[in-house]
Design a protein. Sequence first.
Length: 324
Amino acid sequence: NIFTKLNTLKGIVIGEAMIDQYSFCEPVNKSGKDPMLVFKDLFLKSYLGGSLAIANHISKFIKKVSILTSIGDKSKFKKFIIDNLSKNINLKLISKSNSDTILKKRYIDFITNTKVFGLYKIDERKFDQKHETKFQNTINNSIKKFNFVILSDYGHGLISDKVAKIITKKSNFLIVNCQINSFNVGYHRLSKYKNFDCLIANENELRSDSREQYLEIERLIIRRSEDLKVNFLIVTRGKDGAIFYSRKNKSFYYAPAFTKVALDKIGAGDTMMALLAPLLYLKLDPDFILLVASLAGSYSVGNYANSKILDKHKILKDLQHILD
């Protein structure tokens, strides 16, 4: 009944579009001329990442999904994006002038599945005034039409402070992931967002943003919830599972990690967000919400990046097994 009700909702995903490329290779030997390891190139796989992946996941549970994002006007990936998005997704693209679409390429040792090296192509410039105005107008004119908004801010220049304020003010229900990564560490901050519904972050992001290395995690969660005036704060902790905190009820809820071996952690938080937003909007039991979202995240870490879209039937089957 819950999953049937989800299908009647309307949601929008806002955030950077990106392509995750995995170049599989195998080590050969040390170079004869330079102090470096030589690899043999085997094959390349490309997957939708960022906001594109979130939209794909949620499209399997909700009939009407929109995505508002940006790609570079020099992008060679536009057709790839359109071909690999679910057909029930309404794609709203704003091109970024003189730019490429964000590309995150990782080199993988095919034998051990170890990431050897990352090579990212990211234009961190913000929109020019023309495109910034278009982006703001599109949000202003459409955001109220949606039951919930998923905002995935990867800190690569798409979401300005003004856009962040518009979204937090006008959303009916807003869940935010304000990711701290290798490109934005020291510049990006969770406090960019205040007075909204839900924040999801991993423990390292929360500690880094708070400058708190040793404080008990529950005390830190309470403190940051009050600082940001966020109703729900969900912290993922890798092998230690996830913690859900309700500021209104002053209650904690816990879920274990449902997988013991993680092939790839990329995309796990995106997968959780896709289900957290509509389930929280329906004001369901927090234990149930965290259980479903954690199951979704566990499926993600068993695959490379977002190569597999969430399967509603698998989640229902696993829930039946767990709850019976």
